[in-house]
Design a protein around this ligand. Structure first.
Ligand code: DC
Length: 218
């Protein structure tokens, strides 16, 4: 039987990560957080003191790296770096790193290989457009800017991260702009993706909606 690929796109704060993780557990699929892969390369770039402008060496690092997802953790060259890739230092440089076109090619290839023989739920900003435009299950998760900023604000408070609601809102707006204006892999809502506006839905309601569709068509 052919393996299944569920592709989820959406802007920052749309809940795609949380939803994808719960869905993967519920369906017994492998969860692939593609943002974490870009973060892994950003982490390696910092660790090796490579300048952000040194694209050749950043691409070389990616070519020589092994990235795996095991039990929802990211292993970089056999070491679990799930925590290290979430630091502020990594977050600051991951956007420019993810704009390096040759690096995107390498990571997109890795993502396609990861889904070759397993059922996967893959989440990121170019999954329905670039990585798996022909996936059977394509979803675009969305919510209003205000709601997405509210979610991030609450999340930050629970993690003890200090930022005002206005700061977060401006940051998300900026990320929306960057994500939709990337030269390659820009965030776009395709007409063949199922659109889910989660502004007034709980995480569980979104999970249920997607789960029903996957199960109905299975
Ligand atoms: O979702 P996140 O914050 O962990 O993503 C980290 C960065 O990687 C963010 O700047 C967007 C970028 N990204 C990307 O360009 N393509 C993807 N498929 C996933 C993330």
């Amino acid at each position: 039987m052919e393996n299944k690929i569920v592709a989820i796109d959406g802007p920052a704060g749309s809940g795609k990560g949380t939803v994808a993780k719960i869905l993967a557990d519920k369906c017994g699929f492998v969860y692939i957080d593609t943002g974490a892969m870009y973060r892994a390369i950003a982490y390696l770039t910092l660790k090796n003191n490579i300048d952000l402008s040194d694209e050749d060496n950043i691409v070389k690092l990616a070519k020589e790296s092994k990235i795996e997802f095991i039990d929802n953790k990211l292993y970089l060259n056999n070491i679990d770096v799930s925590k290290e890739i979430r630091t502020m230092e990594v977050t600051k440089i991951v956007s420019p790193i993810s704009s390096i076109v040759c690096l995107r090619e390498i990571l997109v290839n890795m993502q396609r290989q990861m889904a070759e023989s397993k059922d996967v739920i893959m989440e990121g900003r170019d999954i329905t457009t670039v990585v798996f435009p022909n996936a059977k299950y394509k979803f675009y998760l969305d919510a209003t800017l205000d709601e997405r900023a509210k979610r991030r604000y609450k999340e930050n408070i629970s993690k003890g991260i200090d930022a005002t609601f206005e700061e977060i809102k401006i940051n998300i707006e900026k990320r929306d702009y960057n994500d939709t204006h990337k030269k390659v892999g820009a965030l776009t809502r395709t007409s063949d993706s199922i659109y889910i506006d989660s502004t007034n839905l709980t995480i569980d309601e979104v999970v249920e909606k997607i789960y029903k569709i996957i199960k109905e068509e299975a």
